[in-house]
Structures are given as structure tokens and as C-alpha cells.
Design a protein. Structure first.
Length: 414
């Protein structure tokens, strides 16, 4: 088992090689990786079964277990993501305009790789391929540290990807996995300044908070998802019901799932019984404020903590508000800055919501579940950034680049 120092040294060397690779070479490797995932499906699924057995023995909740599960369809989605990334424009080498200064120097701003990226994530094997492919296409070497829950799945996936790299003439250190999943190793990785150019945590609130407090490596924060859906007084009942059911129930364990429903008092009495009935099919627990509680049959009283919580489960907090302004104030107070949605037929209400809600992604009449790199056309994503420096929202290829200035002269001196 290699140490982090060894992984870092090899990644640095690989990053210099990868930074010079052509778009054609990188795309060919990615498409070969896409085919290799399907060719080795049996091996990957067998490894995943080992993780699932261990997870069940450790009583991991069903909603979190869903993140860990791989099947033929999910492997196909992972393979499709690799192929889609290959088809995307390569950001490396792009020049953002050229201009001349008073001294006659021609100056341009060029996109370049960040270098070596470290990613710490939890029990989602698809991150291994998504992150690996995005880093590779953008010319960055990557060191991945997944959770212990997915170690067998991640190891199998990394072997397939590294074998493809070697077959294609690239250093396998372009893409590496930290096999030691201990907390001590994770903390050591957070301080690997000599080798990592940036660290990206992708997981729950505790992981992200630990990284933010511990890391000495520059961090891009991919935040938790305390997401909201607000049903305005001018909303359509069916649309509102469909959106909240999808946002909450289609996959509650992911960060773009809705955690709080806000509803205008003018439609609460009419809408909430229909919404409760629709959510009951998924056994969603409703935690309601006093006003919402009177219109619901099986809700429990909400607490202050419920407005602040990313449940990642079939639990939904519900609050009745007296105005659009109150909804916006609530969201800006309790949101983690991920994704929010308004359901309304009022154009001006929608525009006000867009302008005043301070989150990375804001929707009008659509589910929050669309906040995703694949859905946005990025092929995949490194994560959803909830910070405002460098990157915000779904992070694709462009967000994994830095820049340098290229200057052409004719002997000028200052």
C-alpha cells in the first residue's frame, strides 16, 4: 500500500505529462475507459456486492445504501458519462482574448490545468469515474480518497481505469486511489500542501466541516443540500404536487433533494391535503409548523432544527408563509446555498425569487433534482460548489482550470 507521499510524488510527475497531452489523445482514452467499464461489469458488480454486504451488516440506512448500489443500468450511466466528457470541448489551451498594452506587448489569458487535485468523498462509487474523467480531460492528475463503505467498488473501478491508462501509454498515476480509508490518512491528505494544488470534499456536512477546519491545502467547498421548494399563491396545484414529490422522493439521499416545503398561506388549505396524499405513497414523514399542521392529518410538529437539517431521507419540513418575501427570507437564512425552486404562474414573482435568493442554482417551475453536471450538459460533475470564489454550482471541466498570462514582445523593456 503506497503512502500519501508516494502517491503525491507520482501524481506530480503524471500531472506534467498529462498537461501536455492533446485533446485527441485524452478523448481516445476516455472512450476506451467507457468501453472498459462495460467490459468489466461483472468484476465491478462482484466487488460492489462485497461493499453492500458489509454495509448491511453495519446497518447503514436504506437511503444511504442507495448511494452505494451499482447495477447494470448505473454502470451504463457511468460509461455514458465518460463518453460524454470525451465529446465536450477541451478547456485547456483556450485563450480568453488577446490585447495590446501601451508598450506594444500582446497579452492573452490562457486556460491551464490546476495540477494535482485531491478529492475526499463518501459512499458513491460513481464519483470515482466522474471525478477521474473530469480531472483527466482537464489535464489534472487526481488522488481519490473514497469512503470505507465503497472500498471494494472503488478499487475495482480504479483498476479498470488505470489499466486503460497504461494500455493507452499514459502514466497510471494520472488517476490514483488512497487505499487506506482511515481518518488519520484523510487528515494527512488535508495537509498534503507539497503535492496537492486543491482539495475538494464531496459528502455530508460532517465531512465538509472537517475538511474546512483541518485542511491547509486550498479547498473548493462542495456544500450540503438543504434545498427548498416554495409554492406561491399563483401556483398550479398539479405542477406544485409533481415538483415537490419529485424533488423529495425520486432520490432523497442526494444533495439536490428538497428538504423543506414553503407554501403561501392563500393556497395552503387547498394544496397541502393533496400534497400529503401524494407524499404518503412514499411514506414521507412531514414535520410542520403550526399553520401547516392544521391542514395535515399525520404531520408532527416541526422544530427549529428541522429548518436547518439536510435529512437525506423521506422526511420533509413544511412551513406556511404569508408572502413571497417571507419565503425568500427563510430560504436565505436556512439554505446551504445549493438549489431552490419557486412554483408560480406569476412572472414577476419568479423574477423576484431569481434575483433575491442567494443560492448557486435557482429554479422557476422545476424540480431541484436537476442540479447535476450530467443534466447541465457537463458530462458529470466534481461536485456542487456552494462557495462563491472560483466556482459555484455544478463543477465541470471549466471549473477545474486555472489561467496564466501569455505575453508576446519584440524586445520591450520597462
Amino acid at each position: 500500500m503506497k503512502t500519501l507521499i508516494e502517491l503525491g510524488e507520482e501524481a506530480k510527475k503524471a500531472s506534467r505529462y498529462l498537461a501536455l497531452a492533446s485533446t485527441k489523445e485524452k478523448n481516445k482514452v476516455l472512450k476506451t475507459m467507457s468501453l472498459a467499464i462495460i467490459d468489466h461489469a461483472d468484476e465491478i458488480l462482484l466487488a460492489n456486492q462485497k461493499d453492500l454486504i458489509a454495509a448491511k451488516e453495519n446497518n447503514i440506512p436504506e437511503t444511504l445504501l442507495d448511494r452505494l448500489i451499482l447495477n447494470v443500468n448505473r454502470l451504463q450511466e457511468m460509461a455514458d458519462g465518460l463518453a460524454q466528457i470525451a465529446d465536450l470541448p477541451d478547456p485547456i489551451g483556450m485563450v480568453e482574448g488577446m490585447w495590446k498594452n501601451e508598450a506594444g506587448l500582446t497579452i492573452g489569458k490562457q486556460s491551464v490545468p490546476l495540477g494535482v487535485i485531491g478529492i475526499i468523498y463518501e459512499s458513491r462509487p460513481n464519483v470515482t469515474t466522474d471525478a477521474g474523467a473530469l480531472c483527466f480531460k482537464s489535464g489534472n492528475a487526481v488522488i481519490l480518497r473514497g469512503g470505507k463503505e465503497a472500498i471494494h467498488s472503488n478499487t475495482a473501478l480504479i483498476k479498470v481505469l488505470q489499466d486503460t491508462l497504461v494500455f493507452s501509454g499514459f502514466p497510471k498515476a494520472c488517476l490514483q486511489l488512497v487505499e487506506d480509508t482511515s481518518r488519520e490518512t484523510a487528515r494527512e491528505m488535508m495537509r498534503l500542501n507539497r503535492y496537492l494544488d486543491v482539495l475538494i470534499p464531496r459528502g455530508g456536512a460532517r465531512l465538509i466541516q472537517t475538511v474546512m477546519e483541518t485542511a491547509t491545502v486550498p479547498v473548493i467547498e462542495t456544500g450540503t443540500g438543504n434545498c427548498h421548494v416554495y409554492i406561491d399563491k399563483d401556483a398550479q396545484l398539479k405542477m406544485a404536487t409533481d415538483i415537490i414529490v419529485n424533488a423529495k422522493c425520486s432520490r432523497p439521499s442526494v444533495c439536490n433533494a428538497a428538504e423543506t416545503l414553503l407554501i403561501h398561506e392563500d393556497v395552503a388549505a387547498k394544496f397541502l391535503p393533496f400534497i400529503e396524499k401524494a407524499l404518503a405513497e412514499y411514506n414521507v414523514e412531514l414535520r410542520a409548523d403550526k399553520k401547516a399542521y392544521q391542514f395535515l392529518k399525520k404531520a408532527v410538529p416541526a422544530t427549529l432544527e428541522d429548518w436547518e437539517t439536510e435529512f437525506l431521507d423521506f422526511i420533509l419540513a413544511i412551513k406556511v408563509v404569508s408572502s413571497l418575501e417571507e419565503a425568500i427570507t427563510h430560504i436565505n437564512q436556512y439554505s446551504t446555498g445549493h438549489s431552490e425552486s419557486i412554483v408560480t404562474d406569476n412572472y414577476f414573482s419568479g423574477q423576484q425569487f431569481h434575483r433575491e435568493v442567494d443560492s448557486s442554482t435557482v429554479y422557476i417551475n422545476a424540480s431541484t433534482r436537476f442540479t447535476d453536471g450530467f443534466e447541465f450538459g457537463f458530462g458529470a460533475e466534481i461536485g456542487i460548489s456552494t462557495q462563491k470564489l472560483h466556482a459555484r454550482g455544478p463543477m465541470g471541466l471549466a471549473e477545474l482550470t486555472s489561467s496564466k498570462y501569455i505575453v508576446f514582445g519584440e524586445g520591450q523593456i520597462r
